[in-house]
Design a protein around this ligand. Structure first.
Ligand SMILES: [Zn+2]
Length: 490
């Protein structure tokens, strides 16, 4: 059992380093049993079998961020493969938990490189099954190295453990057969974003439910509709359907049908954004609470988290109702720590990491200091934002963190005693959150058109590496589904 997971935005100028990864070895890889994670889900299935011994080898996970540095990749990949190599000759199968949207300086298909080498180390005849985030980019090199895969079926993601469990059951299935299954996939030249991706309510969910139906009815061992992370600008970035089944022809037919259904909805699956000044003008007259979604600076998608664009817009018009705003700003947090609780300091907020944001000079009171620890509401995963300060000025409350952490739920706010329901306006640096967290009680959630390395306005980002033509980056993109079928040699 191995894990290596990160998601990057190629448009984030700050590289990820090895030190940004949380690395676990041996039993520590699975000590998160009971958590909602892919590894925990796989362990639950494999551990329930009396005849299976699980060997936890290695786990490395990092918050979404910029591309992994060359040195970082060299060390990380070396450690992953050393751990695989150590156990390679005594395992019957490999479960590899991946996100799928990594990118490294000098290696734009890190998962492919890891799987290819894992395949070589364990040798032919030892099955490898992976799990992926639905934002993962499954490449031809990955498909040539594996026997099967399972991917998330939910967005916002909640089925982490379920996905690991499906991957583990597939691995057991492969182990019990002589011939590996076929994996059919159809590459779709489209990148998608927007409300319709919410699987509970959007049209993307309709296609995903078809994939789930194939699994449920036993017509596929696994099926997935992967949309790639549109901010990971790598050669094989795309959307794709994948169907794993014994019969390659049947798998291909299902993959083609799912791909056609997905392609037909591509225009709906684009984000609708509202200009900031218009959103502010509307929000001012509302009873509230309102949410301003800053998806362009979503740390969970790989952005820096240091955009002050919305904050600046609100200050400029003298917004006079309570505002709660998160920002990643190591110098501001450090200045607050030096000054202490109760002190009044002048800080330059924003743009500490991404130079596209001009710092904003503000005089603030240090209301609270912390180590920046919180536990995610969804997965119970730990967050560590480093030294963190709650800063106040007028009706603005600003949570200044030293490190980017996932902000797709309310964990950081609540850990600092700030409940978004108590504010007229909360800035949320995530494209979507689970419904109950904000949308269930907010009067309106405005999806703000702001600059940033994870803007939902995909044409604004400047893709240079991914294959073209690609919808919506290019005009008049044509699509005729062509299934590719992979089956690992016995
Ligand atoms: Zn994802």
């Amino acid at each position: 059992m191995v894990e290596c997971a990160q998601e990057i935005s190629s448009f984030n100028p700050v590289p990820t380093e090895y030190a940004d990864f949380t690395v676990r070895r041996g039993d520590a890889v699975v000590d998160r049993r009971g958590r909602n994670s892919a590894v925990a889900g796989a362990v639950a299935v494999l551990g329930a079998r009396g005849d299976v011994e699980v060997i936890p080898a290695y786990s490395a996970r990092a918050t979404s961020a910029g591309m992994l540095s060359r040195a970082g990749w060299r060390r990380l990949s070396g450690e992953v493969l050393d751990a695989v190599g150590e156990h390679a000759r005594r395992v019957d199968g490999v479960y590899f938990s991946l996100h799928g949207a990594m990118g490294a300086d000098g290696e734009l298909d890190p998962e492919g490189a890891l799987l290819e080498e894992t395949c070589r180390l364990v040798g032919d005849g030892v099955p490898i099954v992976i799990s992926l985030d639905l934002h993962g980019i499954l490449t031809a090199r990955m498909l040539r190295a594996i026997d099967g895969m399972a991917a998330y079926h939910t967005y916002p993601h909640v089925d982490f453990a379920d996905t690991g469990a499906r991957a583990a059951r597939l691995l057991l299935w492969v182990l019990g057969r002589r011939r590996p299954p076929a994996m059919a996939r159809v590459v779709i030249p489209a990148l998608v974003r927007g409300d319709e991706l919410i699987t509970k309510s959007g049209c993307y969910g309709d296609v995903v439910r078809e994939a789930q139906r194939l699994e449920r009815e036993g017509r596929a061992l696994a099926a997935a509709v992967l949309i790639g992370n549109p901010f990971t600008d790598v050669p094989e970035l795309c959307s794709q359907t994948v169907v794993v089944a014994e019969d390659g022809e049947a798998a291909a037919a299902h993959a083609v049908r799912l791909a056609r259904e997905f392609w037909a909805e591509r225009f709906r699956m684009q984000a609708k954004l509202i200009p900031l000044d218009r959103a502010i003008a509307q929000a001012r007259d509302m009873a509230g609470p309102v949410i301003f979604t800053d998806a362009a600076d979503a740390t969970s998608s790989g952005a820096t988290g240091d955009s002050n664009v919305i904050l600046h817009g609100l200050l400029r018009v003298g917004y006079d109702k309570p505002v709660l705003a998160p920002i990643v700003d190591p110098p501001a947090a450090a200045a607050a720590v030096r000054a202490g609780v109760g002190a009044t300091i002048t800080v330059r907020l924003g743009g500490a990491r991404d130079p596209r944001f001009a710092p904003l000079e503000m005089t603030v009171e240090v209301d609270m200091l912390s180590r920046g620890r919180a536990v995610l509401e969804t997965s119970r995963g730990a967050l560590d934002a480093g030294p963190t300060a709650v800063l106040r000025t007028g009706c603005f409350t600003i949570l200044a963190m030293s490190r980017p952490v996932s902000l797709f739920d309310r964990a950081m706010f609540l850990a600092h005693g700030r409940n978004p329901r108590d504010y007229h306006l909360t800035i949320v640096k995530s494209p979507y959150c689970e419904h109950h967290m904000f949308d269930a009680w907010a009067q309106k959630n405005f999806n703000i058109d702001a600059p940033g390395s994870t803007s939902a306005d995909l044409r604004s980002l400047g893709h240079r590496v991914c294959r073209r033509p690609m919808f919506p980056l290019d005009e008049a993109v044509a699509f005729e589904p062509v299934p590719e079928v992979y089956r690992r040699a016995v």
